[in-house]
Design a protein around this ligand. Structure first.
Ligand code: 5RP
Length: 251
């Protein structure tokens, strides 16, 4: 699969030391070059996607883009887009999206992703699953050898009703990987509540998951689970910004 991917590297010259946020912005601006007037756009969530949404707003204001319709993946992005004057709609009215641009927490060599550190994984998966093209934008720190390889958790959105029961089922599913489960808290130490009124259970896995699709199906079969943060075979392009330049990886 990896060999069928096309990678294009663009060097940044002269070499400069950039902050992580500057790299995120470079990846985001590159992705916005794929946007054409008249498109229905999935608008991602997070600090990388925020740069892309800002740029789309700027190009609209300058009259360099016209007739864009944005489908936001979170309430936060919706507010940002409204403040920038980006016309918005939803999946009910626009079930097919031309292009979505969004960040990720991890990208593996097959362009599978982990998303959801910002807690918007359900709406992101719905919107990005409805796209003809999904351009994922990351700085190079997000590249991993395998999903879970960064040491961060795999987020799973669960219904609040008896969430401990659901968390135990998840822990049991990954017992061979030495799985630790934790409920995500907000900054006040209260359960983090998603835009959909649900909780997030974080799965810390000590080993690589063998068979991602099988694991995905097994997680989704647990009744209290709403969605998980593995985005398998969804990104059509991943733009990676690093100290040495931009790499555009296509499926
Ligand atoms: C939110 C996400 C974000 O896209 C992901 O967490 C990356 O965030 P950032 O661009 O801030 O690093 O999935 O649910």
């Amino acid at each position: 699969k990896a060999s069928s991917m096309e990678a294009l590297s663009l060097s940044l010259s002269p070499p400069v030391i950039l902050t992580q946020d500057e790299l995120k912005k470079i990846a985001a601006y590159k992705a916005v070059e794929f946007v054409k007037s008249g498109m229905v756009l999935g608008l991602g969530t997070g600090s990388t996607a925020k740069h892309a949404v800002d740029r789309i707003g700027e190009l609209l204001r300058q009259g360099k883009l016209n007739n864009i319709i944005g489908i936001p993946t979170s309430k936060k992005t919706q507010e940002q887009a409204i403040s920038l004057g980006i016309p918005l709609s939803d999946l009910d009215s626009h079930p097919t999206i031309d292009l979505a641009i969004d960040g990720a927490d991890e990208v593996d060599p097959h362009l599978n992703l982990v998303k959801g550190r910002g807690g918007s994984l359900l709406r992101e998966k719905m919107v990005e699953g409805a796209c003809k093209k999904f351009v994922c934008i990351v700085d190079e720190s997000k590249l991993v050898k395998y999903l879970g390889g960064s040491g961060f958790a795999l987020p799973v959105e669960v219904v609040p009703f008896c969430w401990k029961f659901t968390a135990d089922k998840l822990k049991n599913l990954f017992r061979d990987s030495g799985c630790v489960v934790k409920l995500r808290n907000d900054c006040k130490g209260q359960p983090f509540v998603t835009d959909n009124g649900n909780y997030i259970v974080e799965l810390y896995l000590k080993k690589e998951i063998g068979g991602l699709q099988v694991a995905s199906d097994a997680i989704l079969r647990i009744a209290g689970v709403v969605e998980h943060g593995m985005f398998l075979d969804m990104a059509t392009t991943v733009i990676v910004a690093g100290e040495l330049g931009i790499t555009i990886n296509k499926k």
